[in-house]
Design a protein around this ligand. Structure first.
Ligand code: NDP
Length: 421
């Protein structure tokens, strides 16, 4: 069955349609600020409001806005540096292919080098940990204006450049989902840039600032719990950039338009929510026994093994099905000419990469102990996100592949967790 190219019908609207997406645009920033404030409060209770709200001035500073604009400009400059390979993306509707630079890992390395030089020069990097509130506000404002710009820009491109799901005709819904699939300025791809650079590297940087602040407070050394959380999450960031090419076969790039959902997700949610465990540990220190730390490391390693194995297998297969590492795998042919893997990782469950990611998410929360719910927010949110994402992907795959997808579901009956879900 060929992929649909028309606007989605009312029955196909996702996230509860215009009403649901309007609610999400309000709820997501509210949740963000609730969590940031809760994390810094004494009781740190997810279910009650912080007893005392800081003054409005604590939420905004022009210094934070300038710092963020500098950060975006700096990462954009690194993105444009002619280093590393350039690769081709998936064929688009008009039969063309876009080119993407694969220099993300080098950008991370250069950023790390400059941060290291700054630290050696006495830059008070730990101060960032006290600026999270105004930085999050500034990032939210930037994500909103970026989404507005993207929405308006999408009316200047031909219909073939629109995302399959984001051109319903309802402005609120389309603003949220994103109308244009690959908005660009010349060769600068805005969605690809935001996916893995400023927010993801920014997350690692926030974690580093929190770790440094904790080390200062403890006269030199961070706690084992903080060390583990920072190391685990840095591995995740570095891995995403090392295997940057794999992002080109993900839903965000091949299906979703670039709108508020991805702009807010990439630039605000990732750096400020994903660093919650480290924020929690700075304000609520936890002691961790070595054997427990060892068990958590093992859990992280198992999660990473599944996550990386599954993502690399699919990416290799989609790029070159005759690659020796995937050529022997069993597949199902589809009417589009593409095949579906039905053995290897993708024969175990229909989303093995989500399983690995969820196991790693749990390993990031466990160093924070079991006294508070807040460090587990990421894990529970991630379960909801990935279950919903899996449902969205199944719907799209059924549209794309029809009977072949049904056959895949028959042969691989479990979605994410073998024998459970
Ligand atoms: P996937 O990378 O799983 O991409 C789904 C696509 O893969 C499908 O649309 C289909 O596209 C293809 N596919 C599905 N089944 C098969 C099969 N059996 N054989 C071959 N191809 C198949 O989804 P995501 O983009 O959601 O996730 C990518 C990674 O990013 C995951 O590891 C996920 O956990 C992670 N992630 C992390 C987030 C975070 O915030 N930390 C948020 C979201 C995702 P087609 O057939 O068109 O190629």
């Amino acid at each position: 069955m060929a992929q649909k190219q028309t606007a989605p019908s009312p029955a196909e609207l996702e996230f509860g349609g215009p009403l649901g997406t309007a609610a999400l645009m309000l709820l997501l920033p509210l949740t963000l600020f609730h969590l940031l404030l809760t994390c810094h409060s004494g009781p740190c209770s997810l279910l009650s409001l912080p007893s005392e709200l800081p003054p409005i001035s604590a939420f905004w500073s022009s210094g934070a806005l300038l710092l963020l604009l500098f950060w975006l400009g700096f990462q954009a400059t690194l993105y444009l540096l002619p280093m590393g390979k350039v690769t081709e993306g998936r064929m688009l509707r008009d039969k063309s292919h876009l080119q993407y630079p694969l220099n993300g890992f080098r950008c991370l390395g250069l950023t790390a080098l400059l941060v290291g030089l700054g630290l050696a020069g006495g830059l008070p990097f730990g101060n960032l940990s006290e600026m999270l509130l105004p930085l999050a506000s500034a990032a939210t404002v930037i994500a909103f204006f970026l989404s507005l710009f993207l929405y308006l820009k999408s009316f200047t491109v031909p219909p073939s450049a629109l995302a399959p799901g984001g051109n319903s005709g309802n402005p609120i819904y389309d603003f949220f989902l994103g109308r244009e699939l690959n908005p660009r300025f010349g060769s600068f791809d805005l969605k690809y840039f935001c996916e893995l650079r400023p927010g993801l590297i920014g997350w690692a940087l926030i974690n580093l600032a929190l770790l440094l602040r904790e080390a200062e407070r403890q006269r030199g050394w961070p706690s084992l719990a903080m060390g583990l959380v920072s190391a685990f999450q840095f591995i995740y960031v570095a891995d995403a950039l090392w295997y940057e090419e794999a992002v080109l076969t993900t839903i965000d790039i091949i299906h979703d338009g670039f709108g508020f959902m991805l702009a807010f997700g990439d630039l605000v949610w990732v750096p400020f929510i994903y660093s919650l465990q480290a924020q929690f540990l700075l304000n609520h220190p936890q002691s961790l026994e070595l054997p427990v730390a060892g068990a958590i490391c093992l859990l992280k390693a198992i999660g990473y093994f599944i996550f990386r194995g599954a993502n690399s297998q699919k990416n290799t297969f989609r790029r070159n099905p005759s690659d020796p590492s995937v050529a022997g795998l069993e597949t199902i042919p589809t009417a589009t000419g593409r095949h579906l893997l039905v053995s290897g990782w993708w024969g175990m469950v229909r989303h093995p990469n989500y399983l690995g990611d969820l196991i790693m998410a749990l390993a990031w929360s466990l160093p924070c102990g079991v006294t508070h719910l807040l460090p587990y927010f990421y894990f529970f949110y991630f379960v909801i996100l990935l279950v919903h994402r899996e449902y969205r992907d199944e719907r799209q795959c059924l549209q794309k592949y029809g009977l072949a997808w049904r056959e895949y579901c028959r042969r691989v009956p479990y979605r994410i967790v073998p024998y459970i879900y």
